[in-house]
Design a protein around this ligand. Structure first.
Ligand SMILES: N[C@@H](CCC(=O)N[C@@H](CS)C(=O)NCC(=O)O)C(=O)O
Length: 232
């Protein structure tokens, strides 16, 4: 059975939703990143980047165990394992899907992450940084809104990995002080993705561990302090 080393964050949920949509059996191995479990040797053996998610497939290529990190790579691997499921077969749809997956990995994830850092996690509140990333978060919502005014799904006419990879970063818009009413096409798409039973199951994985209140000093140290930057 595929092992998912993970935690209930947007990057983790991308893979949980993918596994649920594909109907692949999987075993969840919780990596509590607030407690620093991402630095344990057994996790570093799977991913040198000490970030969740990562997977171990005992039945990888050539029938051998296979490890993989980076959420988009994992999603593409799982799709291929299921005959290319959730990636359109026609060349235009396929490249639209990859295009929007890259847009999430290179734009939405890093920019929204920096916004969270400066607006919610940083002790010192730097107005320039908060404004810079707030502008980017809003700009990226506008780009998505335009795309979704032209197409039902990000890849075009069919629901795909591009929607799965983006959705966990759009849900809970309050966390980024976003009102989805300002982005009606994103809102329509968000509600359609959120209604899918596999999506609802995916976002429940380890959900009981989601932090309720403010970041603690111990979590801050693991994410942004000496522990994070120690040579390994
Ligand atoms: N590009 C990576 C990003 C992974 C990532 O940033 N994971 C975060 C949680 S969402 C993490 O593990 N953080 C732990 C840490 O910062 O030490 C992917 O898409 O898989």
């Amino acid at each position: 059975m595929i092992e998912v080393w993970t935690w209930p964050t947007p990057n983790g949920h991308k893979v949980h939703i993918t596994l649920e949509e594909l109907g692949l059996p999987y075993k969840v191995i919780p990596i509590n990143i607030g407690k620093g479990e991402q630095f344990k040797p057994e996790f570093l053996a799977i991913t040198p980047n000490h970030r969740i998610p990562a997977i171990v497939d005992p039945d990888g290529p050539g029938g051998k165990p296979f490890t993989l990190f980076e959420s988009a790579a994992i999603m593409m691997y799982l799709s291929e394992k299921c005959g290319g499921a959730l990636i359109p077969k026609d060349p235009v749809g396929r490249y639209r899907c990859l295009e929007w997956m890259m847009f999430q990995m290179g734009g939405v994830g890093p920019m929204f992450g920096q916004y969270n850092h400066f607006a919610s996690y940083a002790v010192e509140k730097i107005p320039y940084a908060i404004e810079r990333y707030s502008n980017e978060v809003n700009r990226l919502h506008r780009v998505l809104d335009k795309r979704l005014s032209e197409a039902e799904w990000l890849a075009g006419t069919e629901y795909s990995m591009a929607d799965i990879i983006t959705f966990p970063w759009i849900r809970n818009p309050d966390r980024r002080r976003i009102d989805l009413a300002a982005y009606p096409n994103v809102k329509r798409w968000h509600d359609a993705v959120a209604a899918r039973p596999a999506v609802q199951r995916g976002v429940q994985v380890l959900a009981e561990n989601q932090r309720k209140g403010q970041i603690t000093d111990a979590e801050r140290e693991n994410y942004f302090g000496k522990t994070q930057f120690a040579a390994r």
